[in-house]
Design a protein around this ligand. Structure first.
Ligand SMILES: C[S@@+](CC[C@H](N)C(=O)[O-])C[C@H]1O[C@@H](n2cnc3c(N)ncnc32)[C@H](O)[C@@H]1O
Length: 400
């Protein structure tokens, strides 16, 4: 039997997620808004679910597509849901909360859709298990009923906590970027671990940490658990095996040059702690520094930056000054580098002093942003040679 699995993502990064699925050998079926659908067979279902949860850096969660059918009335919804063999997914004592969504449909009351779906599943399970009362004291199976243009889609969440929760970032700075979005931006930058990497406004260290995890081939989910690990229908030994295989695949990269700097000392300390927790502390140099002093003795590196947005009244001018400063420093000191900045500022290119080579619409949480990408000039040396240029004296920032 062929199963459809869904990797959900932030709007704007579906293409990156699709590429990640392809590169990891998943059988991609189609891309949709905010999600990518891929397949699994009977004999590799658990392995595919476990692997997708553990290896995908840009997915928010992994869902199982259970069924879709048309419904215009609550009777049709009840009958359609009750016809599904829920007993193959939901064990006798499982807790099965139902979340709902409705869009452009006759069944517009979300609470009614949830209640009817719950009742239909309970009726089906009671019959299947020959019991009148379902204790709901066991493993958690989160069901979602989504009705869009009168088509009902039922999915199960296998992840539990969102996949951005890698477990390394209990200490955050102000406005930290989601780990999944940070990984997507690094992938968009086409950074090669043989090249230097810098985030001059690193906050809690998300970009440098995600970059180091990519370089060390550390799968983002190996140090956390997923709710589907508790489902009796999915063999728990497979989860353990996949986790161990991924742990064995971690490498110790040599000659990594990753630096994160921030003007705030306490934030830099938190970034260091986070990197240590992620197991990449040894690969990143964190330092307190104002971005106006940023320099590097290396060429052809990648700079990624999530600067302050100046959203609060009175802060916008500071943000604009910072963008101007970033543009000046980048032009003066990083002539051979590429630069990738995520910000909602529509006049960023003017302030930075250069037109972006590429602009990509993204959402940072609920904030609609652009990723402004300034590409590096064409490389004149072979791709593997990253030779330090002559060190310059008087730098505030340790040279990467
Ligand atoms: C939006 S936060 C970055 C969040 C980070 N990406 C994360 O995931 O935690 C912006 C950061 O820029 C830093 N910052 C502000 N002005 C700066 C300056 N002049 N030089 C360096 N860092 C600065 C702030 O301290 C703050 O940590």
């Amino acid at each position: 039997m062929q199963y459809e699995l869904i990797a959900t993502s932030t709007f704007g990064i579906e293409g990156v997620l699709a590429e990640e699925l392809d590169n990891n050998g998943f059988k991609r079926i189609r891309n949709e808004n905010g999600r990518v659908v891929f397949g699994a067979e009977d004999d590799n279902l658990t392995e595919t679910i476990a692997r997708a949860n553990m290896v995908l850096r840009t997915a928010d969660r992994i869902l199982v597509h259970v069924a879709s059918f048309e419904a215009h009335t609550f009777d049709q919804l009840f009958d359609g849901v009750a016809a599904i063999p829920w007993e193959s997914w939901i064990c006798q004592d499982a807790r099965f909360p139902v979340e709902g969504r409705s869009q452009k449909s006759d069944l517009f009351s979300i609470s009614d859709c949830q209640a009817i779906t719950k009742k239909a599943i309970a009726t089906r399970l009671s019959k299947a298990y020959h019991i009148d009362w379902l204790p709901e004291s066991g493993p958690l199976v989160k069901v979602e009923v989504a009705v869009t243009k009168n088509v009902v889609t039922l999915t199960l969440d296998t992840s539990g906590e969102g996949l951005h929760k890698r477990g390394y970032r209990p200490e955050v700075s102000q406005a930290p970027i989601r780990e999944t979005l940070a990984a997507a931006i690094i992938m968009c930058s086409k950074w090669n671990p043989k090249r230097p990497f810098m985030d001059p406004c690193c906050g809690s260290g998300t970009f440098p940490i995600e970059a180091a995890m990519i370089a060390a081939n550390i799968a983002p989910g190996i140090n956390r658990s997923f709710i589907a690990e508790q489902w009796p229908c999915l063999d728990s030994s497979v989860w353990q095996r996949v986790r161990q295989e991924l742990k064995d695949a971690v490498i110790e990269p040599e000659d990594l040059h990753i630096i994160g700097t921030d003007i705030d000392d306490s934030v830099v300390r938190r970034a260091r702690n986070n990197a240590a927790r992620a197991g990449v502390g040894q690969y990143i140099h964190f330092q307190r520094s104002d971005l106006r002093d940023a320099k590097s003795r290396f060429s052809y590196g990648t700079m990624i930056c999530n600067p302050p947005y100046g959203e609060r009244i009175g802060e916008q001018r500071d943000a604009e000054l910072l963008y101007k400063r970033l543009g000046k420093v980048f032009a003066a000191e990083f002539g051979t580098w590429s630069c990738h900045v995520i910000t909602p500022c529509s006049t960023f290119e003017k302030l930075f002093g250069r037109q972006a080579d590429k602009k990509r619409k993204l959402f940072n949480g609920r904030i609609r942003c652009d990723l402004y990408q300034f590409f590096a000039p064409k490389l004149r040396r072979p791709a593997t040679a990253v030779k330090p240029e002559k060190p310059q004296d008087g730098n505030d920032v340790e040279k990467v």
